[in-house]
Design a protein around this ligand. Sequence first.
Ligand code: ADP
Length: 303
Amino acid sequence: MNALSICNLRKTYSNGFEALKGIDLQVDAGDFFALLGPNGAGKSTAIGIISSLVTASSGSVSIFGHDLNTERNLAKNCIGLVPQEINFNQFDTVESIVLNQAGYYGTPRKLALQRTEYCLKQMDLWDKRDTISRRLSGGMKRRVMIARAMVHQPKLLILDEPTAGVDIEIRRSMWQMMQEVNQQGTTIILTTHYLEEAESLCRNIAIIDEGRIVEHSDMASLLARLHIDHFVLDLAEPLTTAPVIEGCHIELISDKVLNVAIPKEIRLNDLFNQLTAQNIHVMSLKNKTNRLEQLFMDLVTSK
Ligand code: ADP
């Protein structure tokens, strides 16, 4: 069963701007799915339509088999949305934010209390339940948003940049929490600007650009298509010009730092041997970008 099925979805805003130009998208039940794209690509428009905040111009959306046009309430009940901006009442306590949401979905009070406790524990916020939410850190506020979106037990959780602006340590702990939620059976669609986040969490991926899907595949086969690695090399001695090595693209970034693009068929050892032959000694090497980032840049700039 598909958690989400989108067919030929179009959105033209009232000013005539075509934000979505006929997108097709399938997300399997149980998936952890990345929806990526540069700013203005159409991600928020698509998410807005899926979560009934924006009306599509044409096309169809079905969520766990419920068509958004003909079974809107059933479809909506399947979804928990975590929008980008913090939008709860910052003067409410953590517990009441989550509890009120359960009430909004008509959950009986006793059950709502149980679910609130469960979701807050899952987001590591139970100790903070009586805290006025404006006193929380940015990372905690984002976790309150996730707990609130989960309290009616949606089968599909849509996370729109849930870790934006959160420092890396907290981000990693949030990854673990999201993974646990997914492992317990909730389908997750994630948008993020942190491509390492998508790479390490998501099994399938779609990339949207200028209102069109430019890539829709599983993460492993997408990454397998990468045929060039990028490295930064720190050198022992300064250089005035970049060395020339056949097949590689090498730039001198500063007198002791080289940027190297090396095709998969050239082994790193061969690169080092050739550099040594030119009397260039490498002190350290690091990957310049994460792998998905390279592909992403190729896909959205290659038209
Ligand atoms: P993303 O979330 O990928 O950054 P959006 O879906 O927000 O992209 O926007 C896609 C395009 O649609 C952008 O060019 C944006 O300016 C335009 N857009 C978004 N909302 C509106 C609106 N209400 N009216 C007109 N144009 C809009």
